[in-house]
Design a protein around this ligand. Sequence first.
Ligand SMILES: [Cu+2]
Length: 302
Amino acid sequence: MKVFMAKCRAFGLGKLMAGVAALAMGLVLAVPALAESMVGAPAPWGMGLQPSGGVIKERISSFNSMVFWIITVITIFVLILLAYCVWRFREERNPVPSTTSHHTGLEIAWTVIPVLILLVIAIPSFRLLYFQDRAVDADMTITVQGRQWYWNYTYADHGNFTFDSYPIQEADLKPGQIFKLSVDNELVIPVGASIRVLTTGHDVIHSFFVPALGIQKYTIPGRTLETWMRADRPGIFYGQCNQICGTNHWFMPIAVRAVPRAEFDTWVADAQKRFAQADGSAPVIAAAPASQDSLQIAEARR
Ligand SMILES: [Cu+2]
């Protein structure tokens, strides 16, 4: 019996060890698998922000968490104060109401403390706004044009090829594609590259919004606005036009695919052929803002 118990224990321990080893292996394998490709998309019952695909979204998320905790502490404090006042100054315990209307110390405190709290929020907030504003040292430029109702992308630094991006109809979806988010021609970018994004509108105001990359910019007819994005991990990051732009506003999803540099170069070589103009010339619409104005804007803002 003793031998049997010992065997059982040994077997149990062995099994446990094997389990732990398998779990550890699984975790080791899971990390590269996660790093391989992430999907930035809304999830059913998702309560928080979308996962971060790059540094801008990481900073937005940590700022959001900081403000969340400040709000939580203030809310709990006010709730406790309210409950205490209701209990302490109820009619039964306080038959003769106080006629006090001023308290200098208290008034200074409830003016100064909120100002300090706002300062604590304002400093990182402005820092984040300026960080999001433009790429300090962009590796490449992409022009994004919002049109009724599709997106047009131009790769200014790669021969100025340009293409349109439309959503995939429900009947044509392949496995893994998402209705109202997946598109026929994705905006492909290299992982780790800081990309200057120049936005402009063709007809009405649209807005280029990809939450997982922390980018949102209006596309306004007659104007070129600048912002930037960087995907620090490979994956596909979905977004949508988030400025009501007409009846087919829903028809403007965005899919940004971040791939390793070598894969990006292969895609560019292929895209240059696929999206070449019929006469081989550079696209007219994008040529001016992408090559000249973009540099002037970048220079003027330094
Ligand atoms: Cu829209």
